[in-house]
Design a protein around this ligand. Structure first.
Ligand code: PMV
Length: 325
């Protein structure tokens, strides 16, 4: 039995309600933390190992980036999650935030939410290339997060600058709303899709206009969320999906699930980077939406907003009780 001290941490997944892709260029975005989490049981170790396997060079860039930023030694990680990976639901951001908290605790580094969010954002940038801090802020802080919202909207948490862009990270109140996630089952890593949008935007004025347009409707969506106006928010989500499709980041499976959900929803759109992954629908009829998603080949999940961000756990799911810290 391994007697080294270990720690278990977890962080929630997230869904982007409006503004993915355009947020990479400093435009506004809104995301909500969801009640699915990534759990990591971490201890110091000779080599970097993940779920019992020794990591070879180039494997696990998120974890390597966090270790580097904290000038920490190697760790062994047992990771478990109910967030489907490469699904647009923030599994890599939740992994990075939980590893950052665990590493800071194990190696005696100061622990504060802002530096965990910074480690996680650096990890996304390192692993994915160009990125925004929408996923990592939401998976670290929990609740609702708005980036670059107008003056007076949201409680300011911290600012982030990277790659020539600046984001003001704010916590936003979001009224109780029911969302259904529809997972296509298609793994779609974020990096290549973000890169595809960068190339399209660089070479085509039309793509740059779409990115601007997504930014504008996201601002309207922030107001709809504040007013708790589901009709308005739903319509804006559907418009956002159309703009993302024009940008080339949807796919036929996502469009199928969005179209199937619309008759029972206020609105629906892909969430996260697209190309597969997941869509979300805002609805008062979750059962009807789940059924429609299932009938069209997707995996439905009713999700709720998660108030708790990254945290230390008493035990990991399925691991029984063990000592922490
Ligand atoms: O698919 P995800 O969960 O990695 O979400 C990515 C969101 C993007 O806006 C496409 C990229 C980013 O870093 O903001």
């Amino acid at each position: 039995m391994n007697e080294d001290p270990c720690i278990v941490t977890s962080a929630p997944g997230k869904m982007i309600v409006l503004g993915e892709h355009s947020v990479v260029y400093g435009k506004p975005a809104i995301a909500l933390a969801i009640d699915r989490r990534f759990y990591c049981k971490v201890r110091k170790s000779q080599d970097l190992t993940v779920n019992g396997y020794r990591a070879t060079a180039g494997m696990h860039p998120h974890i390597r980036s966090v270790l580097h930023d904290n000038k920490a030694g190697n760790i062994s990680v047992e990771a478990t999650t109910d967030i489907p990976t490469s699904s647009g639901l923030g599994s890599s951001a939740a992994l990075s935030a939980s590893i950052s908290l665990a590493v800071k605790k194990l190696f005696g580094r100061p622990v504060d939410e802002r530096s965990i969010a910074e480690d996680a954002f650096n990890a996304e940038w390192f692993a994915q290339g160009r990125a925004s801090p929408i996923d990592t802020s939401t998976c670290t802080h929990g609740k609702g997060i708005a980036l670059n919202s107008p003056e007076g909207v949201g409680r300011h948490l911290w600012d982030v600058s990277k790659g020539g862009n600046k984001w003001a990270v704010k916590e936003i109140e979001s009224p109780d709303m029911t969302f259904v996630v529809g997972y296509t089952g298609i793994h779609a890593p974020t990096g290549p899709i973000v890169e595809k949008v960068r190339k399209f935007k660089e070479h085509n004025r039309f793509a740059a206009d779409i990115v601007d347009e997504i930014g504008l409707i996201t601002l309207l969506g922030m107001n709809a969320i504040r007013r708790g106006d589901k009709e308005d928010l739903g319509n804006i989500m559907t418009d956002n999906h159309k703009l993302l499709s024009i940008l080339g980041v949807s796919c036929k499976e996502l469009n199928k699930l969005v179209n199937a959900s619309l008759p029972h929803s206020y609105g629906a759109k892909l969430t996260g980077s697209g190309g597969g992954g997941s869509m979300i629908a805002l609805t008062d009829k979750p059962d009807a939406v789940c059924e429609a998603i299932r009938l069209h080949g997707g995996v439905p999940m009713v999700v709720h907003t998660e108030p708790e961000g990254v945290r230390v756990e008493r035990s990991a799911p399925g691991s029984g009780e063990f000592a922490l810290e």
